[in-house]
Write a protein that binds this ligand. Structure first.
Ligand code: AMP
Length: 437
């Protein structure tokens, strides 16, 4: 099957050829025809499955007819990075259409966004907090929106955006098409689908698709030897880009520091970095100048780097969904990837839960030649003790430094700036060029 069978507008079809997609992914096969019929859709799909094109192509097709110069499609996304990625994808696919797309998110000056909106855009990709600011100031008009997309709905819930989403949806015309995408379907997302979708068609790609293209392995190791094992592991694999997850921002910084010291081009992603530094870290990882990124779950949301060859869980995540989300970042589309998880004895319960979800036993691996009996390093107490249990993920975020120009910010805006990520990394942790590369 190729894209011709959808009968997309010739200019949209030309855009697909330009980006080089040859055959549609499973979610695209299912979703594109129903979205083109104008139906509401509930899409159960993770990032990495091709869902952006699944909604982006029919939207471009639809907007080819009808008036230009006002907002006709609104896409809501949880993070700035995801908003930028969606915007990039839509701009690339829509290069031949003349349609204009604008991103709207906090943490950056609002004025350029206002200017772009004034100049006229048919598509807006927005994070909820800043969109509400624009609505409050009257700098955006959503009264002519024909299609609304809620992307990564479960993540938007996790980040406390539900009240904001409700307020935004209230400003949309009742006669509209609504598409909601979510990797998981917890009760609160299900409730929202009842509120915002009308007679939806559910499209679901094998829930585990990205998971299946990934090979999983567990590396049992004493807590204090995790960093040493990680370094050995990195030596033993052929890696392109490696995403390492830790549970806390402090551990992310420490691990990044240790990897840099060992000569790897490493960056770490902190939720509270200035927009520029965040963008530089993401861009550096995307273009390969950093080979390794160390991040926490919150900071890593929205990361989409094509060539992630390995996801390494330095710490196992605290929920099964977080595990699937993390490893959904490798094994994208038709590629395959490896997901390694370092586990200690305290992780038994979570390992069982992950295995139950994957419906398989994950291979335990012992790294040849690694000294599992080495004593704890004398001064590294942080890594020698078990992790403290995490606060529940859905807990309301604490107050946080507001974004520039946003007053105190809504709870959702504050969630965009999570307390766990409060401090930027020290300049001392700047990565150095790897020897001999
Ligand atoms: P997404 O789930 O939308 O983030 O897409 C994941 C990745 O798959 C992105 O890098 C897309 O460029 C890529 N992709 C999407 N659709 C296709 C397709 N039909 N063929 C090849 N790659 C695709």
């Amino acid at each position: 099957m190729n894209f011709d069978s959808f009968n997309l507008h010739p200019r949209v079809a030309a855009g697909i050829r330009q980006v080089g997609y040859v055959s549609p992914t499973p979610i695209q096969k299912q979703a594109i025809p129903v979205v083109m019929q104008g139906r509401d859709v509930m899409g159960l799909a993770q990032t990495g499955t091709g869902k952006t094109a699944a909604f982006g192509l029919p939207i471009l097709h639809r907007l080819m007819d009808g008036p230009r110069g006002h907002v006709r499609a609104l896409i809501l996304a949880p993070t700035r990075e995801l908003a930028e990625q969606i915007n990039d994808a839509i701009s690339d696919m829509g290069r031949q259409t003349g349609l204009r797309s604008v991103t709207i998110y906090g943490g950056v000056n609002i004025n350029p966004q206002i200017q772009k909106l004034r100049a006229g855009a048919e598509i807006v990709v927005a994070c909820p907090g800043r969109l509400l600011d624009h609505l409050g100031q009257g700098t955006i008009d959503l009264s002519r929106v024909e299609v609304a997309v809620l992307d990564e709905a479960d993540r938007m819930f996790d980040m406390g955006f539900l009240p904001d989403i409700r307020r935004i949806v209230k400003q949309l015309p009742t006669k509209r098409q609504t598409l909601l995408f979510s990797a998981t379907m917890p009760d609160d997302v299900r409730q929202l689908t009842r509120e915002v979708l009308r007679d939806p068609v559910t499209v679901q790609i094998g829930h585990m698709a990205p998971v299946q293209t990934v090979s999983h392995a567990l590396y049992p190791v004493p807590q204090h030897l995790k960093t040493a094992l990680l370094l050995e592991l990195l030596k033993s694999i052929h890696m392109e880009s490696v995403l390492v997850f830790t549970r806390t921002k402090h551990r992310a910084r420490r691990v990044a520091q240790q990897l840099s010291k060992a000569g790897y081009e490493t960056t770490s992603l902190q939720g509270n970095l200035s927009q520029n530094r965040r963008r530089a870290a993401m861009e550096g990882f995307r273009n390969g100048s950093y080979q390794i990124m160390v991040a926490t779950d919150i900071a890593a949301r929205g990361i989409d780097v094509e060539q992630i060859s390995h996801v390494i869980n330095y710490d196992i995540p605290d929920t099964v969904d977080a595990y699937t989300h993390r490893i959904g970042r490798t094994g994208r589309a038709a590629k395959t990837g490896d997901a390694f998880t370092l586990i200690t004895r305290e992780d038994d319960e979570m390992v069982r839960a992950v295995e139950a979800k994957l419906k398989t036993r994950i291979e335990r691996r012992i790294l040849d030649g690694f000294d599992y009996n080495a004593p704890a390093p004398a001064r590294d107490t942080e890594f020698a003790r078990p992790l403290r249990p995490q606060a529940p993920r859905r807990q309301a975020p604490r107050a946080q430094t507001p974004f520039a120009g946003q007053g105190q910010g809504t709870p959702a805006q504050r969630a965009n700036n999570p307390p766990d990520e409060a401090r930027p990394p020290s300049p001392r942790y700047r990565p150095r060029r790897q020897q001999g590369r």
